[in-house]
Ligand binder design. Structure first.
Ligand code: NAP
Length: 228
């Protein structure tokens, strides 16, 4: 296995049959069913930390908590918080103070900002979350991952969205990708996909994957990929 000064990083994403992770309105849509929700909760409970981009906080307002009481109990019994460390990648400290991620559930929150974040927003957020400053302009993801590793985060789950997924893939930071493909078509040129951003321009630049597993779940399919 590749040795790197970052956690083991995996993306988990649910997409439509045409590769969209949301609609053009960028609001959360149900793509998978109860069995897949359970799978995601197990993955979450097995992770040291879970990360999203600020775009996902502003569109979906997720709490990112472990949902099963049994799994929360198991985490507490093994001496850790009931929820993984919850991290928002938010260069300009735009996370709303009443966001569910800051209000719901117990455990540590981290807002990763850049030097460009207004000091007064950072001061307000620091009452609810630990602040990590990495990079100027946008968050420096490589630097951030190094800091998280030093803090003891070994296994990091990324729950989107499209822009953060792309940036992590482009930076070569992602180890594995889980994609649940559901039985709907969303369409739309502006609807987000698993990885948006600029995209690669040439075939020899693309991110190559190795298929680890494929499993039918309800009316969809779960693919697990390793990044080569
Ligand atoms: P996003 O990926 O959640 O967040 C993107 C933002 O992260 C950027 O705009 C940027 O804002 C910030 N960021 C900070 N440092 C960055 C860096 N180095 N590189 C890239 N971004 C950085 O937002 P999104 O692309 O708009 O995705 C949100 C959509 O995805 C929503 O429609 C949501 O419903 C959907 N979603 C779907 C799933 C699924 O599994 N189906 C899961 C999650 C989200 P700043 O520059 O201001 O920091």
């Amino acid at each position: 296995m590749r040795k790197k000064p970052t956690p083991f990083i995996f993306i988990n994403s649910a997409m439509s049959a045409d590769g969209k992770i949301s609609t053009r309105k960028r609001k959360q849509v149900r793509i998978s069913g109860a069995l897949d929700f359970e799978r995601v909760d197990i993955l979450k409970a097995s992770s040291d930390a879970i990360m999203v981009g600020i775009g996902t906080i502003l569109s979906d307002n997720p709490s990112l908590t472990v949902k099963s009481d049994e799994r929360k109990k198991q985490r507490i019994e093994s001496g850790i918080d009931e929820n993984p460390v919850r991290i928002v990648v938010d260069s300009h400290a735009r996370t709303p103070l009443d966001a569910d991620i800051l209000k719901k559930g117990k455990g540590v929150r981290i807002i990763a900002v850049s030097d460009a974040a207004p000091a007064e927003r950072v001061a307000k957020l620091s009452k609810y979350a630990k602040i990590i400053t990495a990079g100027s302009g946008q968050v420096d993801l490589v630097k951030l991952m190094g800091i998280l590793k030093e803090m003891g985060i070994e296994r990091l789950m990324v729950e989107g969205g499209a822009t953060l997924n792309w940036a992590l893939i482009e930076a070569g930071l992602v180890d594995e990708i889980y994609t649940f493909i559901g039985n709907i078509i969303i369409g739309g040129t502006t609807a987000p996909t698993l990885a948006d951003g600029d995209g690669f321009g040439e075939r020899d630049e693309v991110c190559e994957l190795r298929l680890i597993d494929a499993e039918m779940i309800e009316e969809g399919v779960l693919l697990r990929w390793a990044v080569k």
